[in-house]
Ligand binder design. Structure first.
Ligand code: SF4
Ligand code: SF4
Length: 389
């Protein structure tokens, strides 16, 4: 039987496509559009300079063959898809972007940005790879200052403390609301599936009017609270509760999430950049807003950091708070940092958290779908028995 969905949920489905109209209006009013690829881009700064950020992260297989004419085939599909969209002019968000913000995260992305700068103006943020270190923070603050200068020159608007403070406050509100929506899955009943929750989280990457978007999230959160109180649940109480971690996923690159939920389990936590990595950390709203911004973004626990203790702490906390019964770590093929880190996450899951762990390495194609289905179903049987693999 089809489960009822929140009344406002259709607004979030196909959000990206619908937001194109708003982007077009903004452009006609002279607003600059900033194409961003990564969770490390401090978007509050972009908005404080009067620009609107959109995500250019490629999530579909279609543009990959075109990308492989320039890039090696054995490269992460996210990079190939993003680059393929850029060179084939097949992504309306790339077309709408006046400039690109890049970050020196993994090697493949760094080198892709060298190619992209021939297509669009590009500002590159150099990341420090240390998170709890004063010199790294000073370096990162300097990078953010340079980005501010670039934005001010591009938009002709000054980023004042007040403007930044205001954008930080709205962005924090959105983060709290997204975290509140995610928290609906912390116990039974669960009114929104992991797939639908992902659709909502993903919508936050394509927003022109952030305060208006926050209002809409607030409505959704209220509806979900009502549904939960009425006992509406997408799964029965005994459905395996899964945490999905690893590389970013989204509409078009969500086959593993779908397979997990099609097999009867529910993804109660999306730990990756589509989920908690994007909204778990808030920016301090007291003190210097520029430093607070730098501190928050420096702490994002991506595997490009070394060490990356924050990811281990986040997974541990989520496993406890969401009563997680199994962890699936999904890595895109040729993503070396997440692939290597999978060993440590496996050890954490099985030896410290005492939950079964499954590592899946895949790409954007559908060629391994049936093989993955078999592995996931076998894994969920182990989860149901409640023991590490
Ligand atoms: S996984 Fe790392 S590199 Fe990829 S979007 Fe997230 S923070 Fe950026
Ligand atoms: S998934 Fe991995 S290899 Fe791909 S862009 Fe992100 S960090 Fe880089």
């Amino acid at each position: 039987m089809t489960k009822p969905k929140p009344r406002s949920f259709p607004r979030f489905e196909n959000w990206a496509e619908k937001s194109l109209l708003d982007l077009d209006t903004a452009r006609r009013e002279g607003v600059k559009i900033a194409g961003a690829f990564c969770t490390y881009a401090p978007l509050e700064l972009v908005r404080a300079a009067g620009a609107v950020p959109v995500s250019l992260c490629g999530k579909k297989q279609d543009p990959i063959p075109a990308a492989e004419k320039h890039l090696p085939a054995n490269l992460c599909p996210l990079i190939k898809s993003s680059y393929g969209y850029a060179i084939t002019d097949a992504c309306p968000f790339f077309a709408a972007s006046d400039f690109i913000l890049g970050e020196t995260t993994c090697d493949g992305k760094k080198k892709m940005f060298e190619l992209l700068q021939d297509i669009k103006p590009l500002h590159l943020l150099h990341l420090p790879y240390l998170q709890e270190d004063a010199t790294a923070l000073a370096f990162w603050m300097d990078q953010i200052q340079r980005m501010q200068t670039f934005l001010e020159q591009t938009t002709g608007q000054r980023v004042t403390r007040d403007r930044l403070q205001k954008e930080i406050s709205v962005a924090n509100r959105v983060r709290r609301l997204l975290a509140g929506i995610a928290f609906m899955a912390s116990n039974h009943p669960i009114p929104l599936s992991g797939l639908d929750a992902m659709r909502v989280f993903e919508s936050s990457s394509f927003v022109v009017d952030l305060p208006e978007y926050a209002e809409l999230l607030e409505t959704l959160a209220l509806e979900l609270t009502e549904m939960k109180a009425l006992g509406v649940s997408v799964r029965t109480a005994d459905a395996p509760r899964i945490l999905l971690t690893g590389c970013p996923v989204g509409k078009g690159s969500d086959k593993v999430l779908k397979l997990i939920e099609d097999s009867g389990a529910v993804v109660v936590c999306l730990e990756n950049c589509t989920g908690f990595k994007n909204f778990d950390l808030l920016v301090e709203e007291t003190g210097d807003p520029f430093e607070a911004l730098a501190r928050r973004y420096q702490r994002i626990p991506c595997s490009c950091m070394t060490p990356n203790q924050g990811r281990f702490e986040l997974i541990s906390r989520l496993t406890r708070n969401y009563k997680v019964q199994g962890i699936v770590d999904q890595t895109w093929q040729c993503c070396h940092t997440y692939n290597v880190e999978a060993h440590g996450i496996k050890t954490l899951a099985e030896q410290t958290l005492n939950v079964p762990f499954l590592h899946i390495e895949t790409d954007y194609s559908e060629s391994d779908t049936e093989q993955l289905r078999t592995r996931i179903e076998a894994f969920l049987e182990v989860v149901a028995m409640g023991r590490p693999r």
